[in-house]
Structures are given as C-alpha cells and as structure tokens.
Design a protein around this ligand. Structure first.
Ligand SMILES: NC(=O)c1ccc[n+]([C@@H]2O[C@H](COP(=O)([O-])OP(=O)(O)OC[C@H]3O[C@@H](n4cnc5c(N)ncnc54)[C@H](O)[C@@H]3O)[C@@H](O)[C@H]2O)c1
Length: 254
C-alpha cells in the first residue's frame, strides 16, 4: 500500500499507460480521478478501478483547455477532499517531417503536450501548497532526448516536457513538491498501434519491428511504465526530484 489514501489525478487515463497507472495506483491504496478527453474511455477506466476495489471517479476534459482543467481540479477536490499527486500523461501524437506539418499541427502538439501539462501543474499548485507539498510525475519519452526520423513535432514537444520537469523541480523543491519524469521507449498501446497503421504495417509486424529497437527485443507493456510512475509518486522516491527514469528495455543505451 505505497499510496495509501493518497489522492491522485492522472490525465489520459482512459487508455494505455494512463489506465495501467490508474490501476496500479488503486492497487496501492490511492483514490484516483481519471481524466481523459474521451468520456467513454474515462468512464470505463473508472469502472475498472472500482471493480478492482478502488475509489475512483472520472472527468472528461481536454487538458489544453485551462478552464476545463480548473473544473476537473475542482471536481477532484470536491469528490475526494484533496489532491496530492498529479500524473501528466495525456498526449497528442503528431508526427512528420517539418515540410509535412501545418501551424494547426504545432498548435495541437504543443497545446496538449506542453500547455496541457503546464495547465495541470498551475491548477494543482495552490492545493499542493495548502498541503505543504505534493508530487508531480510527467510522462516524457525517449523521444525527449533522441532524434527519430520524421518525428519533428512530437519530439520537440517531448523535449520541452523534459525541461519543464527539470525547471519545475528546481523552482518547487523548497516547497516540498517533487517533480520527476519517466521516459518510456516503445510500449504497446493504442497510440503505438495507430502509429503502426500510419506507417502501413500490421500490429504483428509492428510489435516485431519496434521490439527490434531494444536489446531486450520486445516492446514494453503499459504496466512496466506504470510501475516506474508509481515509484516516483511514492514516498520511496522521497529524495528524487528533477530526475528522469528511462524505461525502454535498453533501447537508448548507446
Ligand atoms: N506508447 C508508447 O510507445 C510511448 C512511448 C513513449 C512515451 N509515451 C507517452 O506515454 C503517454 C501515454 O501514451 P499511450 O501510449 O498510453 O497513449 P494512448 O493513446 O494509448 O493514451 C493516451 C490517452 O490520452 C488521451 N488524450 C489525448 N489527448 C488528450 C487531451 N487533450 N486531454 C485529455 N486527454 C487526452 C487519449 O484520449 C488517450 O486515452 C503519452 O504521454 C506518450 O507520449 C508513449
């Protein structure tokens, strides 16, 4: 029970890594507000958490909309009474070479992946300050620090998240607010399945191809990222701030 009675908000937890994180959090005693732009998926995650014996609620919101974020934080506090952990995980997946991208693509990828994360942090901060501390885990990526072909918008946004995490950690450490990041490699989720479709390969081919990137010769599973997020969110990481935990099966060792 590493998060016993802690109240957590997890964006993008209607699917994939966010949903797996929400499940691990309730298994460890947390109460979870599931936030997603997709209402049906958010509701489904909340039901899964309740069926697993956890306390959970859901809210539909686009994290790039600061007013919607304010409503979600208010709903979390009125439902559970407080908020102690924020996991910023919701992402827009916009790929391509620079000549393939439009201004709208950039608005979208930066709107969700950068401004969305910032909106959440700004809005939870007064609650963390009132509590005398808090924890933020930002989901970044190996794409935060490596270049990949035809990944310009996504990698630009993920690089920005890494710096946001470091800067926030520096500014907030004296207030007992820890801020860390996780950097997943290729993880099998709907987002990666969509990417396989985008490049014109089947899921079976994609799992094999993306798995080849790591010396472990497989893609990761969402729970393998969730476990890293759980560690950083828990008191076991009480002296960890401004750090990035790479979970990529060794794909970026060299
Ligand atoms: N899957 C991978 O291989 C991989 C690798 C590195 C990093 N990541 C990161 O992990 C995180 C989760 O990715 P995933 O693979 O689980 O993706 P996913 O697509 O399976 O899940 C993302 C969820 O975010 C929600 N979402 C999207 N835009 C939103 C918005 N504006 N507001 C609120 N919710 C929104 C989606 O509806 C979806 O439920 C992302 O930050 C992603 O960049 C994933």
């Amino acid at each position: 029970m590493r998060l016993k009675n802690k109240i957590a908000i997890i964006t993008g937890s209607g699917a994939g890594i966010g949903r797996a994180t929400a499940l691990r959090f309730v298994e460890e005693g947390a109460k979870v507000m599931v936030v997603d732009i997709d209402r049906d998926n958010a509701k489904q995650t909340a039901q899964m958490l309740q069926e697993a014996g956890g306390q959970a609620e859901y809210a539909q919101a686009d994290v790039s909309d600061s007013k919607a974020v304010e409503r979600v934080i208010e709903a979390t506090v009125s439902t559970f009474g407080n908020i102690q952990i924020l996991v910023n995980n919701a992402a827009a997946f916009v790929f391509g070479k620079i000549e393939d991208t439009t201004p709208e693509d950039w608005q979208k990828v930066l709107g969700v992946n950068i401004i969305g994360y910032a909106n959440m942090v700004q809005t939870v901060l007064p609650h963390f300050r009132a509590n005398g501390g808090g924890v933020i885990v930002n989901v970044a990526s190996v794409s935060s620090y490596i270049a990949q072909p035809a990944f310009v918008p996504y990698n630009t946004s993920k690089g920005g998240i890494m710096q946001m995490t470091r800067c926030l950690a520096l500014d907030l450490a004296s207030e007992n607010i820890r801020v860390n990041g996780v950097c997943p490699g290729a993880i099998f989720t709907q987002a990666s399945a969509n990417h396989m479709k985008y490049i014109g390969i089947s899921v079976e081919e994609g799992r094999k191809l993306f798995g080849q990137d790591s010396p472990m010769k497989r893609m990761g599973e969402p729970v393998e990222i969730a476990n890293g997020i759980l560690f950083l969110a828990s008191d076991e990481a009480s002296f960890v701030t401004g750090a990035h935990l790479v979970i990529d099966g060794g794909a970026t060792i060299d």
